[in-house]
Design a protein around this ligand. Structure first.
Ligand SMILES: NC(=O)C1=CN([C@@H]2O[C@H](COP(=O)(O)OP(=O)(O)OC[C@H]3O[C@@H](n4cnc5c(N)ncnc54)[C@H](O)[C@@H]3O)[C@@H](O)[C@H]2O)[C@H](O)CC1
Ligand SMILES: [K+]
Length: 504
């Protein structure tokens, strides 16, 4: 499903009006009809509109007038006078139909009593035109409303959410339902904005659908995911489903390579190798007899291991590098040499994760333009790669896009909503998953899962998109309470995701 930034939505709005001749008042009327249809099933007796000065307020006045026409009692709290032609027009019609408008300056006891008389609130304070912060008076109003159990519907986006990145500063209208127009905005999905959006409904109000094709942001939904489901040829053998090698582990992180290997096995790879220090090899052998485990020469991975690894690369399709390898100078050197070698070019994909990303941050140019490389950083690792503060890059689509473009690479910035970008600057957001994934080990499981998908024939980019969706869905479908989930339990639920996708 395509998403659009607020700025892109305004451009689609403008083009619909100027190139297709749809009057802006007609769009607003359609928006109001969508809101009316959302409100009517609640059979409200007294509706309160919150109206800002822009067209978001205009939509609310227009919806209010339609409710008045049906005999429902509607009043409006006005924050500023309507400032656009469309909002003024609908403000006037609202009053013509008998709607009462009260100016709001500050939250007094009188206003609190007035608000409590209503059984539904429609938030038309700010829409895609919102910038910066809410004023102290509006924060008071919103906080008061959020604490009341009146049913709340937001027009387009709950007031206070930044539509670009979901930031809420410091609060937003907590909607039960949000009716957005044309397409959803990233701010509806990124946290904390997502927690204020409630049930999101997308109303098609007359924008030509082809205008949304200009957007290069897509939410990974079930339909998209299903298209990537790898085929299981009935007569396939282990070579058909591909061979993965996990290069990871150290005496400190003995489980990381194991969990990555588990991801590859459970997603369906035909054969999985691990290349790890001895201590890790012991852990892998004890827990996963399915894995072919090879030990490094010393207690950490060093350049002395390159020869053995290069020989192994002839036998495999996909490599994961970095899970739990540590940051010793010799290991950093090993990663640099491995990634710069000609040998890895023959692989379908090289998934660069965890401490291998630390090594890459020392010499980012080694990944530039390498077509089979995939990066799987969390915000801390991405911050090191970009030399930007974590706060600057979290939920920042543009930062991920710029990095992918500049480095001619593809990556996933992991988070509650993960951002995936490719070298052309196309973006996918994945919001499957829950807090069961917010634990050490899930990153390892993800990199192994992605590798197992490439081994089965998905392109590196498809594997990034599908792997991230898949692991999140497994956490969602797990019967256990989120907090009790672990990476290996999530892998145990992979079968449920395959079943789920088959039923779609
Ligand atoms: N073509 C149409 O008529 C349609 C419009 N739709 C709705 O319109 C809004 C977007 O309207 P716009 O006028 O551009 O912006 P807003 O109403 O969101 O708000 C702008 C208004 O608010 C002021 N403002 C912005 N930030 C702040 C702040 N932090 N504090 C105080 N004031 C702020 C700004 O100066 C303006 O005065 C869209 O969301 C739809 O609801 C429909 O799509 C139908 C078609
Ligand atoms: K709003």
């Amino acid at each position: 499903m395509k998403l659009v930034f607020p700025k892109q939505m305004k451009e689609i709005d403008r083009r619909t009006i100027e190139e297709f001749g749809i009057p802006s008042l007609l769009l607003m009327e359609n928006a109001a009809t969508a809101l009316e249809h959302e409100i009517i099933p609640f059979s409200p007796h007294k509706v309160l509109l919150l109206c800002g000065s822009g067209n978001n307020g205009g939509d609310a006045y227009a919806a209010g007038r339609k409710l008045l026409a049906r005999g429902i009692e509607v009043s409006a709290l006005r924050i500023g006078m309507p400032s656009t032609r469309e909002a003024r027009f609908n403000y006037k019609l609202f009053k013509n139909f008998g709607g009462k408008v009260y100016g709001f300056k500050a939250l007094t006891e009188k206003i609190k009593c007035f608000i409590k008389k209503h059984d539904l609130v429609l938030d038309g304070l700010f829409g895609v035109g919102f910038k910066g912060m809410l004023s102290a008076e509006i924060i008071d109003l919103i906080e008061y409303l959020n604490a009341l159990s009146i049913f709340k519907i937001a027009v387009d986006i709950p007031s206070g959410i930044n539509g670009i990145n979901g930031t809420v500063n410091p609060v937003a209208f907590k909607a039960d339902t949000t009716v957005t127009f044309g397409a959803a905005k990233p701010g509806h999905y990124f946290f904390p904005g997502h927690s204020f959006t409630g049930l999101l409904k997308i109303a098609k109000i007359g924008f030509p659908e082809k205008l949304f094709e200009t957007s290069n942001i897509e939410l990974v939904d079930d339909k998209l995911a299903k298209a990537f489901l790898p085929e299981r040829i009935p007569w396939g053998h282990k070579g058909t489903f591909g061979k993965v090698c996990i290069v990871g582990g150290s005496s400190k992180y003995t489980g990381a390579a194991l969990l990555a290997a588990l991801g590859s096995i459970r997603i369906g790879a035909g054969m999985v190798y691990t290349f790890t220090p001895k201590e890790t090899q012991r852990v892998v052998r004890n827990s996963l007899p399915e894995v072919i485990s090879i030990a490094s020469k010393s207690a950490i991975l060093t350049s002395e291991d390159l020869e053995t690894l290069h020989a192994l690369i002839d036998d495999i399709d996909t490599l994961v590098v970095g899970t739990g390898i540590g940051r010793a100078d010799e290991t950093v050197e090993f990663v640099k040499k491995l990634l710069s070698s000609e040998k890895v070019k023959s692989l379908k994909a090289v998934i660069i994760d965890a401490d291998a990303l630390y090594a890459v941050s020392k010499v980012p140019e080694i990944i530039m333009g390498r077509e089979n490389f995939l990066l799987t950083p969390h915000p801390g690792e991405f911050s090191r790669l970009t030399r930007k503060a974590v706060e600057e890059i979290v939920n920042n689509i543009d930062a991920v896009k710029s990095f992918a473009r500049e480095m001619e690479t593809r990556l996933i910035l992991k988070g509650a909503v993960s951002i995936i970008a490719n070298e052309s600057g196309n973006i996918w957001l994945n919001n499957t998953g829950n807090t069961g994934l917010a634990k050490a080990g899930s990153g390892d499981l993800l990199s192994g899962t992605i590798a197992g998908l490439v081994a089965q024939g998905l392109s590196p980019l498809e594997a990034l998109i599908f792997g991230s969706y898949f692991m999140g869905k497994a956490a969602e479908l797990a019967q256990e309470y989120e907090a009790t989930l672990s990476a290996s339990m999530i892998a145990d639920n992979y079968g449920k995701v395959f079943e789920y996708l088959k039923t779609l």
